[in-house]
Design a protein around this ligand. Structure first.
Ligand code: FAD
Ligand code: 5PR
Length: 379
């Protein structure tokens, strides 16, 4: 018997690609993921996930795995010049902190268990609206649905010639996973709750910030932010005397970071004229790279990967291009607002004032993309 299942080809094995792959496979599709890197792994350190992505992970059946090695800190604390501005407990809201390798493993297991074929060392060069995907080795394949989840430099997006705008921010960040060293930190500052997320800001006389995020009992994620124009602040390996002079209470963990090579990343916001063309659609950073302030880049990617899978599955082959347009019309406004808000925080550094988990700044974090009634208007 021939395989009558619909076929999806996905470019990019990051958080967006793996989420879409797992979801589609669970919904009955035959799915291949092409990852250009020779090995399946993720770069980077820690991550914060909110309700929008946790709901998706739950639907994929991967929540127990994710919970096994992640935590919900008692509060999200913001300090300016070491003076506490806010301690937000976020009671009743779902959020988890974890390492990126753990999220990656969780999604990879979910995708493989659903029958997804994940190919490392497979580079995609482009796709056509009619449903042909092409590879760097000169081969090509046909599919009912092609997804460009190939990050901010997306080959699929660029091969379709989708017009975009790109805005770069003045600040950037170097990120590390280091041991918790809680006892040493406690010895230096006994009154601090070292299980909290602590966003240590200094704006005056110099813009330097450490975002301290416990990821589990053993691992701590620290993100060191400085303007790109500050050569010493953005140097890697980090300038240890500089960072410990501003954040002496973090010396035990900054010392470990100083021994790690690391990479200084700038941020950018990209906005596309449209997210799909015929049978091809882009998701994640390929469609909407954003500043990290709201910690929603991966969250938005996973949220849109899920709703896309639902929309594509509900559509017939003939209706698919139209269904992709309708999906974008319904789902994109929240992502646009999330990008705008993250960009505004990056431009203004307003986050240093604390009290950020309200209104527009908290909208995406509370969204439930798996609720079929989420777009109903209530009188
Ligand atoms: P990517 O992670 O870029 O994955 C794309 C994949 O495609 C890669 O594996 C790449 O190798 C592969 N690829 C590329 N080109 C090709 C090709 N031609 N063929 C085949 N494969 C290809 N988000 C959060 O939700 N929470 C956070 O706390 C958070 N913190 C962040 C901190 C910083 C400093 C930054 C910069 C970002 C942060 N983000 C966070 C954002 C998040 O990391 C990204 O939005 C997310 O990883 C995007 O996922 P993606 O799968 O779309 O893209
Ligand atoms: N939140 C998280 C994060 O990693 C960053 C920011 C906020 C989890 C930066 O990396 O504000 O830039 C931020």
């Amino acid at each position: 018997m021939t395989d009558r299942r619909r076929r999806a080809e996905i470019s990019g094995g990051g958080f967006a690609g793996l989420t879409a792959a797992a979801a589609l496979a669970q919904m009955g599709w035959s799915v291949r993921v092409h990852e250009k890197a020779p090995e399946l792994r993720t770069e980077g350190a820690g991550i914060v996930l909110w309700n929008n992505s946790l709901q998706v992970i739950q639907k994929l059946g991967a929540l127990p795995d994710l919970m096994s090695k992640s935590m919900t800190p008692p509060a999200y604390e913001t300090r300016m010049n070491n003076v506490i501005q806010s301690q937000e407990t976020l009671d009743g809201h779902r959020w988890r902190t974890l390492t990126r390798p753990h999220l990656y493993e969780t999604l990879l297991i979910a995708a493989r268990e659903a029958g997804v074929e994940v190919l490392a060392g497979s580079e995609v060069t482009g796709a056509t609206a009619e449903g042909v995907i092409t590879f760097a080795d000169g081969s090509s394949a046909e599919a009912d649905l092609i997804i460009g989840a190939d990050g901010v430099g997306s080959a699929v997006r660029d091969s379709l010639g989708i017009p975009l705008t790109r805005e770069r921010s003045r600040d950037g960040i170097t990120r590390f996973l280091v041991p918790r060293r809680k006892a040493e930190l406690q010895a230096l500052e006994p009154d601090t709750e070292w299980d909290n997320v602590i966003d240590f800001w200094n704006l005056d006389p110099r813009v330097l910030r450490v975002l301290y995020t416990p990821a589990n009992d053993e691992e701590l994620y620290i993100a060191l932010m400085s303007p790109a124009a500050d050569a010493d602040g953005s140097r890697v390996p980090i300038d240890l005397p500089l960072w410990t002079s501003v954040f002496p209470q973090l010396a035990p963990v900054l010392e470990v970071a100083a021994e790690t090579p690391g990479k200084y990343y700038g941020y950018q916001t990209t906005r596309l004229d449209y997210w799909s063309d015929g049978k091809v659609v882009v998701i994640g950073d390929a469609a909407h790279a954003m500043c990290p302030a709201l910690a929603q880049g991966a969250g938005s990617a996973m949220q849109n990967a899920w709703t896309l899978a639902v929309a594509a599955t509900a559509a017939s082959d003939a209706d698919l291009p139209e269904a992709l347009k309708e999906w974008e019309r319904i789902e994109r406004p929240l992502t646009d607002r999330t990008q705008d808000r993250s960009q505004w925080y990056a431009d203004t550094r307003e986050m240093a004032k604390g009290g950020q988990f309200t209104g527009e700044s908290f909208e995406a974090a509370q969204y439930n993309p798996t609720d079929p009634h989420r777009h109903e208007v209530h009188a």
